[in-house]
Design a protein around this ligand. Structure first.
Ligand SMILES: [Mn+2]
Length: 321
């Protein structure tokens, strides 16, 4: 079996499969297992539709990559990639969210899941599912230009209020938000989130205080009351110059490397129980897969960070959390 390439092949005719593309005997005792779950969903997109095509596009790009994260000098050879297929999306918003949550709960405990969206509303059922499959409390580190904290209006659900609808299950003191900046919210949202204990860094503040020290502060913040973190990355945290293929392009976003390096540094420092990358909408890319390549590179940095921490440094796996 050729394990020099990342091969996560998604078969839309199979709703729930788990394939082991590596050979555990060859890999030896130390290996990390990632589970890829696609969520081809855009019923709740707040602006332009098309994020249902995100998962396949990101997987296509990942399939063309090698097992070496060259930028960070980390090999992913001792890694098993499980294809968990696609969540069954039906013409019923609530049933689709239920299917997402049920799929997350079923993921074997020893896998670190990587969710490929989908609009950002998927993070509500993902977090609910992750809480059921995790033994320990984990914080949330979120990269997004938007707060996603609006009051939901019945019948007008969209991807801009998942952080609010989670208020029955999450403690905002364990939330760190990085890259906020879109001027479409009133001051209330910033004040309310900070009142509830969330830490927020805008794009300006990240650069003013320095990326590395902000990331360290974000880590310290979520570890105050938890044992690890879950990462939710909205591709619109990245500037539209780099990531135009998304639902809501952002003219004041982070540079792609700022997100990639931050994700790597977080994952190589602390236990990370999983991640989602969302809002990739490939049809808006001016050239094929520009934005999906950024998403795939973020996933590479996520995996490289986890592998560096768990294999190189021999730290306890986040999968046990
Ligand atoms: Mn978002």
């Amino acid at each position: 079996m050729d394990i020099d390439k990342i091969r996560v092949v998604n078969d839309p005719t199979v709703k729930w499969i788990s394939q082991n593309w590596g050979n555990k005997k060859e890999l030896g005792a130390d290996f990390v297992q990632f589970g890829f779950l696609g969520i081809p969903f855009d019923y709740a997109v707040s602006h332009r539709p098309g994020t249902r095509f995100g998962p396949q596009s990101i997987l296509d790009v990942l399939n063309s990559y090698s097992l070496y994260c060259t930028d960070k000098r980390v090999s992913l050879q001792n890694t098993v990639f499980h294809d968990l297929g696609l969540v069954d999306i039906v013409h019923d918003l609530r049933q689709s969210y239920k299917n997402m949550e049920n799929a997350v709960v079923q993921i074997p405990k020893e896998y670190i899941p990587i969710f490929l969206g989908g609009d950002h509303s998927i993070t509500d059922p993902i977090i609910r599912g992750m809480q059921q499959r995790s033994a320990q409390n984990f914080g949330l580190i979120m990269f997004d230009t938007h707060f996603d904290f609006r009051e939901p209006l019945t019948g007008k659900e969209h991807s801009g209020h998942w952080l609010r609808t989670l208020e029955d299950v999450i403690d905002y003191r364990n939330v760190a938000m990085i890259g906020i900046g879109a001027p479409i919210y009133s001051e209330y949202y910033m004040a309310e989130l900070e009142k509830r204990g969330a830490k927020i860094w805008t794009v300006y503040e990240l650069r003013k205080y320095g990326r590395e020290s902000v990331i360290q502060e974000a880590i310290n913040h979520v570890l105050k009351h938890t044992k690890g973190a879950y990462l939710s990355i909205d591709i619109d945290c990245i500037d539209q110059a780099f990531a135009p293929g998304c639902s809501v392009p952002n003219p004041n976003g982070l540079f792609a490397y700022e997100v990639m390096d931050s994700v790597f540094e977080i994952c190589s420092s602390i236990p990370v129980v999983g991640m989602d990358i969302n809002e990739v909408s490939p049809w808006y890319d001016p050239q094929e897969n520009f934005t999906s390549h950024i998403a795939a590179n973020i996933v590479m940095n996520f995996m490289a960070g986890v592998v560096k921490r768990e294999i190189w440094q021999g730290m306890e796996s986040a999968a046990v959390l």
